[in-house]
Write a protein that binds this ligand. Sequence first.
Ligand code: ATP
Length: 441
Amino acid sequence: MAEKSDLMDKIVSLCKRRGFVFPGSEIYGGMANSWDYGPLGVELKNNIKQAWWKRFVQQRDDMVGIDAALIMNPKVWQASGHLANFTDPLVECKKCHSRFRADNIDTMAACQSCGEKLGFTEAKMFNLMFKTFIGPAEEQTNVAYFRPETAQAMFVDFKNVLDTSRKQLPFGIAQQGKAFRNEITPGNFIFRTREFEQMEIEYFIRPPQKDEDWNEFFEHWRAEMKAWITEVLGLKWEHIHELEVPKDELAHYSKRTIDFEYHFPFGVSELYGLAYRTDFDLKNHSEASGQKLEYMDPQTNEKFIPHCIEPTWGVDRSVLAVLCEAFDDSNPENVVLHLPAKLAPYKVAVFPLLKNKEQLVAKARSIYAELRKHFTVAWDDRGNVGKRYYSQDEIGTPFCITVDFDTIEKDGTVTVRDRDTKEQPRVKVEDLVAYLSQKLA
Ligand code: ATP
């Protein structure tokens, strides 16, 4: 990792320059705290989402996925407690009227915005949900909300999922998708935005008789999250802090929460969360909807409302943590993103040694076409090979293949240059797919 102080600036600049993340609506002067993923960013983000879906949904017997509507019946948010409780305390500077989250600032100190010490208003609770209207009439009866989390759909769809998938406890429902929060203090690039993506699991268990019963599943998911962080994202465990959220700060639905915090360049901040939500949500939705959201034990025919463990991952914070961890400018001439190979936007780049030698270009083109059947591949014939290496290093491409005169005149081999070791073994063209598949596995 580079020096913390300017690391964020460097990452933001690389993201813009190389097409990972752009400021949103930039040609109109931008829009504060809105960001668009560019061609490389969307690959990186999708690779994270696909790795997650494969690992936690497709490769598990005890999991199914859903993809629910963003705008749900407002009664959902009534029953979930979001309308009443999903609030942050908001204070306003008496001089410049800038607004801050009361729990984030020292209200006795000078305003961060105008520097004056006139003081702040009393804290007012501010609901974070985005309101909209369904249909043409902007009336109270038509009010609806963009979902502030993906989680509620898993509870609302619980019965349909159970009836159609015939899963037995314990089992989980997973979802990935956008969530919206009218954050008072968005910022730190893609760390806190008003529109973001989540990957969430609601894992249903029998009502526990004693604490050990739910703790076992809680610890299972804690270990799964640790494995994801270290094995898939490639974050060093010493860059993570597990915060046991104190009882008096727990969300209204939670009996226990652990926040997985990452050492971001701007400070140690939440990456993911893990909560024991008890039967709070299914119970409330049962009562509010009048539908029995129960499970029937197939052996005993006993009926009950399951309890729930919720591991939750932010997609954008995953992208940011991966970029922070991978960024290496120890040689400022040759910035390298040491991305885990599975997450890299391009797995391999192909170059002809010289762009004006037709035979080299034709051979390189045919290798490029063949490799694209198996991997995401970049093509580059600009400048010299050294510059192309640097350019690929900066976007995290694990391997670069150069087609030279030996390839066509001598032994049918190419150089395969490794981003991290800088080694350049020669590999036979016909062995490339097998060679790369093994290296990228
Ligand atoms: P914070 O304390 O940072 O506001 P939170 O505890 O409210 O986060 P959760 O409700 O637990 O967050 O949401 C689950 C995950 O969604 C978080 O761990 C985070 O990765 C992501 N997330 C939440 N809010 C945002 C946001 N405004 N922008 C980007 N990601 C977010």
